[in-house]
Ligand binder design. Structure first.
Ligand code: 13P
Length: 141
């Protein structure tokens, strides 16, 4: 079934994100993808994937993705954060991670965990989300 997946990467993690998504393009192509502005553009430049792009992170993109988490419309997030660089929108980042914990949404913040989540996704481990989708018209199966 089709999952709603968000891909987000800070500037010094964008190459890593593009390489990661390229490596797992065969998995991601079966899902509906969302991203913050620049991350989405970078992925679309290097893959055949269609990405629904929100605002750039510092301009509110994390909050837009957070809104989808709040309404339980996002199924999985891969968020490659830069742990060594202060971000002007740090409160937005923390808010997004908090909402993932509120809703129990799997959120990987580094590539190692991201890989585990994508393999689990490919195996169908998140099929239980179908139940959430069923009661949320507008979420595609
Ligand atoms: O800042 C970000 C996430 O906090 C990412 O935003 P961009 O993808 O627009 O660079």
């Amino acid at each position: 079934m089709t999952m709603n997946i968000a891909l987000i990467a800070h500037d010094r993690k964008k190459d890593e994100m593009v390489n990661f998504v390229t490596a797992y393009e065969h998995v991601f192509q079966h899902h509906k993808l969302f991203a913050t502005g620049t991350t989405g553009t970078r992925i679309m430049e290097k893959t055949k994937l269609q990405i629904n792009r929100f605002m750039s992170g510092p301009l509110g993109g994390d909050q837009q993705i957070g809104a989808m988490v709040a309404t339980n419309e996002m199924d999985l997030i891969i968020f490659l954060r830069d742990p060594l660089m202060a971000q002007p929108h740090e409160p937005d980042i923390i808010a997004l991670l908090r909402l993932c914990d509120v809703q129990g949404i799997p959120c990987a913040t580094n590539i190692a965990t991201g890989e585990i989540l994508v393999k689990a996704l490919d195996r169908g481990d998140f099929a239980w989300r179908e139940l959430v989708h069923k009661y949320k018209p507008g979420i595609e199966e």
